[in-house]
Ligand binder design. Structure first.
Ligand code: FAD
Length: 401
């Protein structure tokens, strides 16, 4: 039986996140004094916000209750994250922002002992430590095709792995202490990669530069890293040797989807800002909202957002049932990345010069939105995944769960 109603406790949480975001988070966006030089929230302002979020019982929705989170299923994350990201600072306030969000989820799944979780995961949940996921490499290394093209090597010598290579676009690296690194351990085409944990204080690696980017930056930037003899003890291998690609899939499935959950919140906010403007603003004797062409733009974006919400919820539900949801996640990622770009573009168009200014957050979202079609798999790669699935499954491609 299909039931779209939210459980009462999830609905209550949704309402509380909404109220918190409106009362505590959105007001901070308007004052540029609350931003750092990389256009994200200043750390001291964030700390105050996080204290309030924890006190309100709105912390780490994706983590188990026993470790201080809310222990929600993924369908619950979808509700929470969408409300959280009606503000550009929301996910940071509740500790459900990228890349920590995906790193916490994968570490919670793959770390084998409670002692390992205490050491590597708990500080990220507590918000005392930040983390990075280190995979992408500059040319000629791996981007869309990590399995085939990864050049960074982790060579086993005795009880250690020695790492040499170069990575780039590593979100948050300049602020992170815990790193999940994916490197090549053999030439096996399917099991050639392995994943490791290392701490920022270990010698043998450095940040070459913080790469200047088009949009606002995550805290800790997008960095280029060089590895020149980093020694990783064998006990810091994640899963088994050769499981690097598997770990990446375990991380990226839900992480891609949480991007979509957050992007839907941002898309809704774009429409909210545009909606308020066209209702009030007059031209040629009537409010802009009365013009049919304006209504078409608003209505089309609203429908696209709703399609995205259904795709995301279906993928989240599939993951909650124990499915891999590879197709569902790919479809959601392709669609919602487009929706975010379209929503921010339409909202700027409808708010005219004001939308182009920094008096609203639309231009911030517009620049940020451009990375949505690239990160965590370019849209073309997700389309390739879908085409391959369709070629294999034919009409069975369209199942119901
Ligand atoms: C803001 C930002 C943050 C990021 N954060 C991280 C991070 O924290 N950690 C990390 O490891 N990486 C990170 N990345 C890297 C990101 O995951 C890669 O950019 C992405 O995987 C694509 O790889 P690439 O840039 O090397 O593109 P390439 O592989 O060089 O591809 C370039 C383009 O070619 C096209 N293309 C590729 N394959 C196909 C295909 N099969 N069919 C058709 N067209 C294709 C696509 O249009 C694609 O955009 C980040 C990137 C950005 C922009």
């Amino acid at each position: 039986m299909i039931d779209f109603a939210l459980a009462p406790e999830i609905e209550d949480l949704r309402r509380r996140v909404r109220l918190f975001v409106e009362a505590e988070v959105m007001p901070l966006e308007a004052d540029r004094g609350n931003y750092d030089e990389h256009e994200n929230i200043r750390l001291d302002v964030l700390e105050g916000l996080r204290v309030k979020a924890r006190a309100a019982g709105l912390w780490a929705p994706q983590m188990p209750k026993a470790r201080g989170g809310l222990g929600l299923p993924l369908t619950g994350w979808a509700v929470f994250y969408e409300e959280a990201n009606r503000s550009i600072f929301g996910p940071l306030a509740f500790n459900c922002c990228a890349p920590d969000d995906g790193n916490m989820s994968v570490l919670n799944k793959v770390l084998k002992t409670e002692a390992q979780k205490d050491r590597w995961l708990q500080p990220i949940i507590d918000g005392t430590v930040r983390s990075s996921f280190v995979m992408t490499e500059p040319h000629p290394g791996s981007g869309s095709d990590p399995g085939g093209m990864m050049l960074t090597k982790a060579e086993k010598r005795g009880g250690k792995y020695i790492v040499h290579g170069r990575k780039w676009f590593i979100s948050g690296a300049a602020a992170a202490s815990h790193f999940i690194l994916v490197a090549r351990t053999s030439d096996d085409s399917r099991r050639g990669l392995s994943a490791f944990l290392y701490h920022k204080d270990q010698p043998g690696w450095r940040i070459v530069r913080r790469i200047p980017i088009m949009g606002p930056e995550e805290i800790g930037g997008a960095c280029e890293l060089e590895f020149d003899g980093l020694e990783i003890p064998a006990e810091n291998l994640l899963m088994e040797e050769g499981d690097g690609l598997r770990l990446t899939q375990i991380r990226l499935g839900p992480a891609r989807l949480t991007h979509c959950m957050r992007w839907l919140g941002l898309s809704k906010r774009c429409l909210e800002i545009a909606g308020a403007y066209v209702k009030e603003r007059q031209a040629f004797g009537s409010p802009l909202a009365a013009r049919e062409s304006v209504q078409i733009m608003m209505g089309e974006v609203a429908a696209e957002i709703e399609k995205g919400r259904l795709l995301v919820m279906h993928a989240a539900w599939t993951l909650d049932q124990g499915g891999k949801a590879q197709k569902e996640v790919s479809m959601a990622k392709i669609h919602v990345a487009d929706v975010l770009q379209r929503a921010s573009d339409v909202a700027i168009q409808l708010t005219g010069a004001k939308g182009y200014s920094k008096d609203t957050i639309l231009e911030w979202i517009y620049r940020y939105a451009r990375c949505a079609r690239l990160v965590d798999g370019a849209s073309e790669v997700h389309k390739m995944v879908l085409a391959k699935a369709y070629a294999k499954e034919g009409n069975d491609f369209w199942g119901w769960g």
